[in-house]
Ligand binder design. Structure first.
Ligand SMILES: NC(=O)c1ccc[n+]([C@@H]2O[C@H](COP(=O)([O-])OP(=O)(O)OC[C@H]3O[C@@H](n4cnc5c(N)ncnc54)[C@H](O)[C@@H]3O)[C@@H](O)[C@H]2O)c1
Length: 214
């Protein structure tokens, strides 16, 4: 891992989308550090020599240690559960994992002066859409627990961003991150949500601007 390259924390980076995002980050000249509890992901999904930490977002001490050690430029968060049927059977587990533990991540970012995050949300925040591709401005509608956790996590981003006690966040919640998405493109054709242009610009800025505190 080079000292000069900007370091990005990829939570859930051993999963399906996260492991592709790690590859894209490396191609684009960033260093990626994966933080994953391996409840779903696999070490062999990661490119050889990827630095990873086996940890849960619930573990605030470990998260703090990792932030302190690597001095991240930004975070991309993929650490979540997404099986809709399972979410309906076990809502508590889904809210703890996808919302409460996500709040831990935001809190740790704030404590470590890292204010840039791309959050992997979901098209499920739009419920049953009237048309596709779904404009990002479509009304939010929750029709399953999984979608509810995604709406709640997006709400947390707004809360953290607007708090007078915290540094403003630079954030973008993308509902169409998929495996070919890279930090500089952040969108690919053929999916069912049309991202807002200013959202994409904000997301690019997270990665293209120099951090003041690093
Ligand atoms: N796959 C899709 O079609 C899709 C579409 C839109 C959004 N998303 C979102 O993107 C994210 C990643 O999706 P995926 O398909 O790669 O899922 P995935 O299950 O393959 O990856 C999720 C990763 O997060 C890890 N993880 C889960 N909870 C964690 C926690 N509390 N602490 C640490 N690690 C944790 C898992 O071990 C796994 O490696 C999810 O948040 C999902 O809601 C996925």
């Amino acid at each position: 891992m080079s000292e000069k390259r900007q370091k990005i924390l990829v939570t859930g980076g051993a999963g399906y989308i996260g492991s592709h995002a790690v590859r894209e980050l490396l191609k684009e000249g960033y260093d990626a550090v994966v933080y994953d509890n391996f409840s779903r992901g696999f070490t062999n999904a990661l490119p050889k020599d990827t630095e990873f930490v086996h940890g849960d977002l619930a573990n605030a001490d470990l998260l703090n240690h990792v932030f302190d050690k690597y001095k991240f430029r930004a975070v991309i968060d993929f650490a979540g559960h997404l099986e809709v049927e399972e979410s309906m059977k076990n809502p508590h587990n889904f809210y703890v994992n996808n919302v409460s533990e996500f709040a831990n991540l935001l809190e740790t970012m704030m404590n470590n002066n890292v204010t840039a995050i791309v959050y992997s949300s979901s098209a499920s925040v739009y419920g049953q859409p009237e048309r596709t591709p779904i404009p990002e401005s479509s009304p939010i509608e929750v029709n399953n627990i999984y979608g509810g956790t995604k709406v709640a996590a997006e709400h947390l981003l707004r809360i953290f961003d607007n708090s007078e006690h915290l540094a403003p966040l630079t954030w973008y919640a993308t509902q169409n991150f998929q495996s070919k998405g890279s930090p500089s493109s952040l969108l690919v054709d053929g999916y069912d949500v049309m991202p807002k242009r200013d959202g994409i610009i904000a997301a690019k800025k997270l990665f293209l601007t120099k951090s003041k505190n690093k």
